[in-house]
Design a protein around this ligand. Structure first.
Ligand SMILES: [Zn+2]
Ligand SMILES: [Zn+2]
Length: 236
């Protein structure tokens, strides 16, 4: 059962809305931009891949998904939660804003303008798209045009999946999509990650917790809390 935000969270949300959120911001326009541009660049890459596609190139898709899962894990466990030079914007947006805007006790949007605190800004679509395109060019040199284009399309697909799933973890519980079995399980993991004592300890994968499982940081219960208690440390 979702509780109303506590006083501190509510005060931070009001401050964010008055000082950070642009006056003309539209949540649905933000969603539409990501939903149009993202699939469009993926479709363009798939058209390019289809021109020289061979069945032997198919391995690029699962390999890229594994790499993307690892990058997601390392980025979230690293610069998104710890200040790293040149990447402080990631920490500011994620730790200092997103995690204060949404806590385990107040995970959901109050209005469509709250989408701003969940979705990456559109400029990051260009930033991540640019990095994926550069790596796609390198992959093209090694694997040929189809391999490079598949790498780019899969990378961007993972990025979009991250955006969509993270959005679903913060929708109100009465939305039907929030009750889909897979989404509900992943949202529970993400809710635990939003609990301050667990934030630096577990559930860093948002799309699928493969690296969390391998690294031993997957927790759908309260294991890190118990571990801290067993060590005699008091959670922050
Ligand atoms: Zn979140
Ligand atoms: Zn986080």
């Amino acid at each position: 059962m979702q509780q109303p935000p506590d006083h501190g969270t509510q005060r931070f949300r009001e401050q964010y809305r008055s000082e950070i959120l642009p006056a003309g911001y539209s949540g649905w326009r933000h969603v539409a931009l990501v939903a149009v541009v993202g699939p469009a660049v993926i479709a363009a890459a798939l058209v390019l891949a289809s021109r020289s596609w061979r069945p032997a190139d198919a391995w690029v898709v699962p390999a890229t998904l594994l790499i993307a899962n690892l990058v997601e894990y390392l980025a979230h466990r690293g610069p998104m939660h710890h200040r790293v030079r040149w990447l402080t914007l990631l920490h500011l947006r994620h730790s200092s804003r997103h995690h204060r805007y949404f806590t385990a006790k107040a995970m959901t949007f109050e209005s469509t303008r709250d989408f701003h605190a969940v979705l990456f800004p559109p400029v990051l679509l260009l930033f991540f798209g640019g990095i994926a395109a550069l790596l796609g060019v390198l992959a093209t040199l090694l694997l040929g045009t189809a391999g490079g284009a598949l790498f780019f399309a899969t990378s961007m697909g993972y990025y979009l999946l991250y955006e969509v799933l993270h959005f679903l973890y913060h929708v109100p519980p009465q939305w039907a999509v929030a009750r889909l079995p897979g989404v509900r399980w992943l949202a529970q993991l993400h809710r635990l990650h939003h609990d301050p004592p667990h934030m630096l300890l577990c559930n860093f994968n948002l799309v699928f917790p493969l690296c969390d499982w391998v690294a031993g940081t997957l927790d759908s219960d309260q294991a890190p809390q118990r571990a801290l208690q067993e060590k005699g440390a008091s959670p922050k």
